[in-house]
Design a protein around this ligand. Structure first.
Ligand code: ATP
Length: 300
């Protein structure tokens, strides 16, 4: 009989957690101990990261087989380099990040890390090598310390503190009467968008992965917070292969490689200056965002 109730129990746990609104996708998979769409191939080996070079080779993908979202993407991010992906809403930018983390497998082409097709390696080893700072970090209804430590279970108090310092949230935590034991979420402290993102950055610092995916928040932060977070992110990018999914162009001006995605294809590539000279989609997006930014700055 207990066999019968176990799935029900599990469902209850999932339901309660989802109801609290404090779950992220990775945690959901951990909780269920199942993988979303993909399974390890029999005899799959662990990914061996040497220096973390990432390549997309003619990657095709659709959530629905009848509607391709990515229509043959080629990308090359050398070890330790940064690639910024920009483009209109719905172009497929976040989908690239989901494929990298293997929430789904491409329907055509392949993604490699140091020459190894990520579809052939053990998912746990792939996910251990990649840190994601997602668009909207959803925190557990737990303490700040727990939420940071989620980056690496079993981290010491000292390591948690150092990660929080690196993410520039330690000073904020120090102002709370219960410090790292302060509960966040429904029954505790409400964190702002910027603070939540810093918790996600601290988690990533603790995980210390060779490859980073930064999926920039779409929700607008005020320009000072945005600049501060940007500075923190630039610091953690050093020495790691980084893919930045940028929804605002102000954060990619200094990227050495920018690709513009439109309707599932790479339509432009280059540096900020090259893309402006080209006078294409990027230049158009830049002009529009500059105008919007001036309005916001005038209002602040
Ligand atoms: P934005 O800048 O608005 O975040 P994006 O470029 O990141 O957009 P994606 O989130 O990658 O775009 O979405 C690309 C397309 O895939 C969109 O048309 C979207 O509706 C569709 N899509 C995204 N997620 C799913 C899903 N889980 N199931 C079905 N379609 C999806």
């Amino acid at each position: 009989l207990s066999q019968l109730f176990r799935p029900l129990d599990l469902l209850g746990t999932v339901y309660r957690t989802v109801r609290q609104g404090v779950i992220d996708m990775g945690a959901m998979f951990d909780l269920l101990d199942v993988e979303a769409e993909v399974v390890d191939a029999p005899g799959a080996q662990d990914l061996a990261v040497r220096d973390g070079a990432v390549r997309f080779e003619d990657v095709r993908f659709g959530y629905d087989p009848d509607r391709l979202i990515l229509k043959g993407i080629d990308l090359d991010v050398p070890a330790g380099g940064t690639l910024a992906v920009v483009g209109p809403s719905g172009a497929g930018k976040s989908t690239l990040a989901r494929l990298m983390y293997r929430f789904y497998d491409p329907t055509g082409g392949r993604i490699t890390i140091d020459g190894q097709d990520i579809a052939t390696v053990r998912q746990a080893s792939l996910r251990a090598a990649i840190g994601i700072v997602p668009q909207d970090t959803v925190l557990f209804n737990e303490t700040i310390g727990y939420n940071v430590a989620y980056g690496r279970k079993g981290a010491s108090a000292d390591e948690i503190h150092r990660a929080a310092s690196g993410a520039a949230i330690a000073d904020f935590v120090a102002t709370l009467p219960d410090g790292y034991d302060t509960r966040v979420g429904e029954r505790g402290l409400k964190l702002s968008g910027g603070e939540k993102q810093r918790v996600a950055i601290a988690r990533t610092l603790l995980k210390n992965p060779p490859i980073l995916i930064l999926d920039e928040a779409t929700s607008a932060l005020d320009s000072r917070t945005e600049a501060e977070i940007q500075e923190t992110l630039e610091r953690i990018e050093r020495g790691r292969t980084t893919i930045v999914i940028a929804h605002r162009l102000s954060t990619v001006v200094h990227a050495d490689r920018i690709v513009v995605l439109d309707a599932g294809r790479v339509v432009e590539r280059g540096t900020h200056a090259e893309l402006l000279r080209r006078g294409g989609i990027y230049a158009e997006m830049w002009a529009r965002q500059q105008a919007e930014r001036e309005e916001v700055l005038a209002a602040e």
